[in-house]
Ligand binder design. Structure first.
Ligand code: BTN
Length: 257
């Protein structure tokens, strides 16, 4: 099974996404490089074959061994109004979902921004932004586990890779191009109309809805919730005990045991 080199990429049919591309054998973190790339154009792409300090959400590290997976970050330079819109990472998840669903069956979105298959995590998204006055430098980073690999013990029961579910050999570069081509229209929709423009599609792919889950709040406390829908800005709507629907703006949602 070929891992495929990430440079040069196969032909990329996007208008603006990934047309400027910098590839590295290894980086501390593609997000860090993309945040530091001050003259990158809107849509510029940073990839690496390995990361020494890959970052995940909630201060976690991101498992980034060489050659097995995709580690990519995109620089976005939206106008301030668009940069402040919530739900960007969810729209990115939708793009990843569209592309990865072409490769394997049963891909779903776990709110807010995990891509999962068979209950295990396949990809994660980390959005970060720096502001200089009113100019936003937004970075969208995503990691996709592509090839089978020895997982560290803490991931063995919760992570999976595309190749473990695919019928055909998987090539990292082809997957990356497919992701970029699926992501561009999702980002166009998001920047034009905010999360509301992609909400229906997100809900249709969201495996969190209608299933009891454990939400971990910012202060670390956990409670069981029943997610039923997404609000227009991407917040999770859960059914409360007595009241109607309750909004959850951020947090980590895991299936109830
Ligand atoms: C998560 O699910 O916790 C988000 C994981 C995001 C990982 C990617 S890999 C490429 C980019 N560079 C990083 O350091 N993190 C993101």
């Amino acid at each position: 099974m070929s891992t495929g080199a990430l440079q040069p990429l196969p032909p990329l049919r996007t208008r603006w996404l990934g047309q400027q591309h910098e590839h590295h054998e290894s980086l501390p973190s593609t997000n860090d490089r993309a945040l530091a790339w001050v003259d990158a154009r809107h849509g510029a792409l940073v990839t690496a074959d390995a990361q020494s300090h890959g970052r995940g959400r909630h201060g976690r590290s991101w498992h980034s061994p060489p050659g097995a997976n995709l580690y990519a970050s995109i620089v976005l330079r939206p106008p301030p109004v668009q940069a402040r819109r919530p739900g960007l990472a969810l729209a990115v998840g939708l793009g990843l979902h569209a592309a990865l669903s072409r490769r394997v069956d049963g891909v779903g979105l776990r709110w807010p921004n995990d891509v999962v298959v068979a209950g295990r995590k396949l990809a994660g998204i980390l959005c970060e932004a720096r502001w200089q006055g009113e100019a936003a430098h937004v970075v969208v980073g995503f990691g996709i586990d592509v090839l089978p690999q020895p997982w560290p013990p803490e991931l063995a029961a919760i992570a999976t890779s595309l190749a473990q579910h695919a019928e055909h050999p998987i090539d990292r570069a082809t997957v990356l191009v497919e992701v970029l081509e699926a992501l561009e229209p999702c980002l166009d929709d998001f920047f034009a109309g905010g999360f509301a423009a992609v909400r229906e599609r997100y809900e249709a792919s969201c495996v969190s809805l209608g299933r009891p889950g454990w939400i971990t709040d910012a202060d670390g406390s956990r409670r069981e919730v029943l997610p039923v829908a997404l609000d227009a800005d991407g917040a999770l709507l859960v059914r409360g005990d007595h009241e109607g629907l309750v909004r959850i703006d951020a947090g980590e949602l895991l299936p109830a045991p």
